[in-house]
Write a protein that binds this ligand. Structure first.
Ligand code: ADP
Ligand code: GLC
Length: 488
């Protein structure tokens, strides 16, 4: 099959979160399975043009404000033969941020920027004389692709179908109704295509309404988003489209994230010999200025510091669980993260107050790998989690995750049972500081009193298969289904 992925992020070129990893890894796996898959994304400033080839001539993209004259640069996704097309348009993407920056967290012209990206998919395919079977959009930034295909571009692409993947329903691209004309669509479609959302424009909603098939990134999340509790206002529409929605659990990049070969960690190990993990733990303690003591369990965390991740319950000043954990338990806690300012400040303050707590603010790939390898347990008490990659990395590194039973966390981690020693991690249901405290306490108890169980769980976790082959095959099936539903 011929597949064009349209996306705002793809690793290693531009990444704000797991979306970037998921898109690139899926593309690679589909390509290995023999599909002709290509990626279209913006050329942000961070992507250096110098090393890229340029498609000959300009690419004219029809937009609400006339034709946009863009250029397209090309390259291949590393470790693959997947072509990547970078849409170059100074006014839209000539800046450092993907969605925004420090002074402007959500760029005011995002509807225009991502309308341009979405619409350019069709102009590009025409220029390449390449008719994809599937236009695969990801999240709100490319959610207009299914709408444009159905309502403006059908003539040029009579045989193509659209698929929309929902990586996170918490971000929908909602704007004032006055922004609708920027999308270059007639007003009839404001209602007809499903944009209307409490008198505002909702890009993701329209994409969900218009795509031929829908995917989300874990089976549990596929069920959860159809409920009022986790449906983020779109559960009704998602229930309506239930027959066309599947949950396909993401894989992970098993080459980048392999403790036996990882170039970013100081010692290697596998399930049969964990001595390298002990060396990584010492290196982690040293790097963070913690006591180098192998008897103390280390709890690690690598995360966007966003409400979704349970940061209030972990670090909320005066009520979060972590200060009490550090005060009451013989443990160490290390955190790498960036995001909400109050939380960054709190992490700095905790590092000053507790000798067994250390945090680094910012985004750092090498530290993320060191924490996964060196920690004994991994904290991921998310409020909701569409899939989550970090808990899968943790399992591969024998670092037992402590998770809330939600979304992809519930689908990948198996709860510990003290009687049988089964499980691969520690789970709780209610997101409260108390349950985080108790679950960390439970893991700490097991660490000191059931070391044989911990070792067995580690080995079991490390044996889990999270490669992308299976999910890629499921996407191929979904594509085939989308083709039969085309335009329905
Ligand atoms: P989300 O996409 O919701 O942030 P995921 O678990 O799917 O959650 O993906 C997060 C990805 O971003 C992982 O690859 C994780 O290692 C990485 N990551 C998040 N924050 C940081 C950070 N501060 N430093 C390094 N890597 C980070
Ligand atoms: C989103 C979700 C995360 C998921 C990632 C990749 O960022 O928050 O749970 O793993 O997308 O699909």
């Amino acid at each position: 099959m011929k597949i064009l992925m349209v996306t705002s992020e793809a690793a290693p070129f531009a990444k704000a979160g797991g979306l970037a990893d998921a898109v690139s890894a899926l593309a690679r796996a589909l390509s290995r399975a023999g599909h002709d898959v290509r990626i279209l994304m913006p050329r942000y400033y961070g992507i250096d043009r110098v090393s890229l080839a340029r498609l000959e001539g300009p690419l004219a993209v029809p937009t609400a404000w006339g034709e946009a004259w863009t250029a397209v640069y090309t390259s291949a996704l590393p470790a693959s033969c997947v072509p990547v097309y970078f849409l170059d348009h100074e006014a839209s993407f000539g800046r450092d941020g993907i969605y925004g920056d420090k002074t402007e967290p959500d760029y005011a012209d995002n509807p225009r920027r991502f309308a341009l990206l979405s619409r350019s998919a069709f102009a590009l395919c025409r220029k390449l004389a390449w008719q994809p079977d599937i236009f695969h959009a990801h999240d709100w930034p490319s959610a207009l692709v299914p709408v444009y295909l159905r309502h403006l571009e059908r003539g040029g692409f009579p045989l193509s179908a659209s698929v929309l993947s929902i990586h996170n329903l918490g971000y929908q691209g909602v704007y004032g109704k006055d922004r609708y004309p920027e999308l270059g669509l007639p007003w009839e479609l404001f209602h007809g295509a499903g944009f209307e959302y409490y008198e505002r424009v909702n890009l993701l909603k329209a994409g969900i309404a218009q795509a031929d098939a829908l995917a989300t990134v874990s089976p549990s999340y596929a069920r959860e988003i159809q409920t009022p509790e986790l449906g983020a206002g779109l559960d009704g529409l998602l229930r309506h489209r239930s027959a066309d929605l599947v949950g396909i659990l993401n894989g992970v990049d098993v080459e980048d994230w392999d403790p036996a070969t990882d170039r970013l960690i100081p010692a290697h190990y596998d399930a049969s010999d964990l001595s390298g993990k002990a060396a990584c733990k010492r290196a982690l303690q040293r790097a963070f200025g913690l006591a180098e003591d192998d008897r103390l369990p280390v709890f690690g965390m690598v995360s966007r510091l966003a409400d979704q991740k349970g940061i209030a319950e972990l670090f909320g000043p005066g009520y979060g669980a972590v200060p009490a954990v550090c005060a009451d338990m013989a443990v160490q806690v290390v955190v790498q993260g960036a995001g909400e300012k109050w939380c960054e400040a709190e992490l700095v303050s905790l590092s000053a107050r507790y000798p067994n707590f250390r945090a680094r603010i910012g985004y750092n790939e090498a530290t993320a790998h060191l924490i996964e390898a060196g920690a004994d347990f991994f904290l991921m008490p998310s409020r909701y989690e569409p899939c989550g990659l970090n808990q899968m990395y943790s399992l591969r590194y024998g670092t037992l995750p402590i998770v809330r039973r939600t979304g992809g966390l519930a689908d990948t981690v198996e709860n510990y049972d003290e009687r049988t020693s089964s499980g691969t991690g520690f789970m709780f249901d209610d997101l409260t500081p108390r349950s985080i405290y108790d679950t960390v306490g439970w893991a700490t108890w097991a660490w000191y009193n059931r070391p044989a169980h911990i070792l067995e769980m580690r080995r079991r976790a490390m044996a889990r298969d999270f490669s992308w082959e299976r999910p890629a095959a499921e996407y191929a099936k979904l594509y085939a289904r989308a083709l039969t539903r085309r335009g329905a």
